[in-house]
Write a protein that binds this ligand. Sequence first.
Ligand code: SAH
Length: 509
Amino acid sequence: MKQKGIVYLVGAGPGDPGLITLKGLACIKEAEVLVYDRLVNKKLLHFAPDHCEKIYVGKKPHHHTFTQDEINQLLAEKALAGKIVVRLKGGDPFVFGRGGEEAEVLAAKGVPFEIVPGITSAVAVPAYAGIPVTYRDYTSSFTVITGHEDPTKKVSALDWEKIAAGGGTLIFLMGVGKLPEIVKKLLVNGRKATTPVAIISRGTRPEQQVVVSTLAEIVEKTATAKVTSPAVIVVGEVVRLREKLAWVEKKPLFGKRILVTRARAQASELSRRIEKLGGEAWEFPLIEIKEPLDFQPLDQALAQIDRYSWLIFTSVNGVDAFFTRLRRHKKDARALHGLKICAVGPKTKERLTEMCLDVDYMPNEYRAEAIAAGLQGKIQPGQWVLLPQGDLARPVLANALQKMGAKVDKVTVYRTVCTGEKAGLLREMLAAGKIHYLTFTSSSAVRNFVETIGPEKIKALLSGVKLISIGPVTSATARSLGLPVDLEAKEYTIDGIMKVLIADVEKHS
Ligand code: SAH
């Protein structure tokens, strides 16, 4: 039987991707067709399955890519063809989103649909500016109003006399272009000129900009500050609370968009920490970790694991790949009985500890050169050393150990491959000057980044972006490829990157 299609009208929230509902996210994860608007944070698209067809129907003011009719038809058509369609809309789908009209068409055509409400910008954007829309001492009501009436309407549907009267909070959406008219109508109809007003542009995003004034002065102040849409206008006494309650702007990485170029599996830790501190992290998994093309060398080493005296891990990926293969051979940690274990740094050590394996040696400086120096005297000539590494690992460690007289088996346990995925969006964001920092955590990430972006364009695209490298080896690779390194971690870890990043943002704020 043919699968029955459905349309989920999903609210994406106001901009911060964290402000989507669990149900909304679950819909995106199973979407076969994703139809999205301009105000939807593109980060949310990454949650869609790889095979999902993504269709941008964004409307720019005065410039319709798709007419509303065409969107309605598109949704119905795809669902009738049996697809799971997610119609992703900014904020809440039923607050000025024309979600009502879309649902109406689906209902009329007998297309199954569900509504997944979202967090509307009308409430969330003021909240991110430290403005509660109601507050006991000031007001117990708020009204959400369009600032941009249908231009074809001859007579205003808005009763300005009623809107202006009373002390309720007024929240205008789509009102930036019409601000002078809105202010005039409120004043003429009796709101006091001293009433506080806030305009919050691009709320909940790194570009959030807030202008606070009074009805008397907001037009001039907004013009000076060059406020642009999308913006929410809040009129009422509650605006005064911002002075006490402003919070996002106080976070150490507020306003910063940071590109994290790590393999997908590892990107999350750095991203999580950036976002906790108020920055917006974008993960571009330019490198992906894959199985080696040939398992034979690793399998052989595992078969004669008893011969080795030392097992040296130079990355978390190496640990993971090694043990995955060990399990495949139906062996467990007891197979390593009697081996001494070395980890390049604290993360690798931590992963080993999770597997109930203590580390016998970890250098103070977390790189291959330091391992060799530190193991001098600990490895006896003639002893066998197993070195499970990535295919791009530098030969320095193996060479140095051999010089010490050790017999080294360097086996490839994983491959680092360039995905190229998302490169278009990455270029677009760099070109638009939307990225403030770029982090590199390995030489292969640098090489893949350059390859993905295209060496000829890279200089121009990176002007204005600060590059942070995890350590001297990665920095050297970047410089050799013509990328200027602005900051280098003192401790060659994610912690080290976070430290230099925070210090730099503080220095320039
Ligand atoms: N359905 C949406 C509103 C769509 S109308 C919702 O519930 O939020 C588009 C208007 O929403 C914009 O003109 C602006 O007034 C407001 N808006 C949406 N996102 C915004 C943001 N991040 N910052 C400020 N205003 C925003």
